[in-house]
Design a protein around this ligand. Structure first.
Ligand code: ABU
Length: 356
């Protein structure tokens, strides 16, 4: 078999060879801001307002770290090379000429910051002020991938000044059109709002990704790629990866509560609506819904890492021809992500193709 470039990933399902897995150490409650009001569960708002800039509870960090270690162990057993970012002290306050933040967030979710297209890794222009320096945790890895031949691109660093945010944002009522907490002041996107299927890339506009950001990425990638926007019905969208999950060529997992319409171009694909999550409603979830059940990581066209307690989806995946690999991850869920969020698939064994 021919040697692949060190960075090589075109879709969500080719055989995984190397992955970055986040770290939870240093996780800090982000400072309260209108961005959190638009995206975080209402019942956690008081927690964020009171605890911004302080570490998350130690027992929750310890429990999430155990989940991550189990995930790393399983990935290694499955033959995948695992790399980790550097834990940094996110409790340090920082400022720019226009704004201050009481601290950062974490280096737990590489998927939010970084996206790979072929041999290129792109650093996203994140829209949360608290995440402005989060990329520092990954810079050792970025330099190393560059030295080994990977292309390293940073999208324009956003200013994150007040003009980017709608300070008067409130969630639309049922039936009202979508509105977003971010404006079109400058390009911003979270990498986790995109899903890659070779030459076709799918994105949702969200509270972290604006049209300017989508246009920047399309122009950067050029005519070799086509970015398509999906239609969603959820009113607090942030990240596509618990909504629209291509698992293998011809197989798409979708969220019945979040996706408005399966795009026409998937008419020849097998589309499966995910069952309700199994995570108990009382499980602490600081930052997202229980739909993290869908936030799986494909190791190839068959093997899928999934939370051990998601028994309904595990059975459904088996019936659909997949080989689910269960791993404890509920304690990590509490921080707003699951396997897809917690990883960046740097190298998968495959080439750029069109699947439509
Ligand atoms: N990246 C996490 C997505 C979480 C959610 O849609 O509930």
């Amino acid at each position: 078999m021919s040697e692949l470039p060190v960075v090589n990933s075109h879709n969500e399902w080719d055989t995984l060879e190397e992955v970055v897995v986040g770290v939870i150490d240093g996780a800090t409650v982000p400072s309260w801001h209108i961005m959190l009001q638009a995206t975080m569960p209402t019942k956690q708002w008081d927690f964020f307002k009171q605890s911004g800039g302080q570490p998350f509870p130690k027992e929750r960090i310890d429990a999430a770290r155990q989940d991550l270690e189990e995930c790393v162990h399983i990935l290694e057993q499955e033959g995948v090379k695992v790399r980790r970012p550097d834990p940094i002290d996110f409790t340090k306050p920082f400022s720019t000429p226009e704004w201050q933040s009481a601290g950062g967030l974490y280096a737990a979710m590489p998927r939010d910051l970084l996206i790979v297209f072929g041999d290129e890794i792109i650093e996203s222009p994140l829209s949360w002020r608290s995440r402005h320096h989060e990329i520092w945790a990954y810079r050792r890895l970025m330099k190393d991938y560059f030295r080994q031949g990977g292309k390293w691109t940073c999208a324009p660093t956003p200013q994150l000044v007040d003009e980017l945010y709608d300070e008067n944002y409130t969630e639309p009522e049922e039936g009202e059109p979508h509105r977003y907490v971010i404006t079109e002041f400058e390009p911003v996107f979270d990498a986790a709002d995109f899903m890659r299927c070779g030459r076709d890339i799918f994105v949702q506009q969200s509270h972290t990704t604006n049209q300017f950001g989508i246009a920047w990425l399309q122009r950067h990638l050029g005519a070799e790629y086509r970015i398509h926007q999906i239609e969603i019905k959820e009113q607090s969208p942030m990240h596509i990866d618990a909504t629209f999950v291509p698992l293998a060529p011809g197989k798409l997992l979708v969220n019945p509560e979040k996706l408005a319409k399966v795009p026409e171009m998937f008419k020849h694909w097998d589309v499966f609506y995910a069952p309700p999550p199994c995570t108990p409603v009382e499980h602490p979830m600081y930052m997202s819904s229980r739909w993290l059940s869908m936030n799986v990581l494909s190791l190839d066209e068959k093997r899928v890492m999934i939370e051990k307690g998601e028994e309904t989806l595990i059975q459904d995946l088996k019936n659909w021809g997949f080989e689910p690999i269960p791993c404890n991850f509920r304690n990590f869920y509490s921080f707003g992500g699951s396997f897809h969020c917690a990883t960046l698939d740097v190298r998968r064994r495959g080439t750029l193709q069109s699947y439509f």
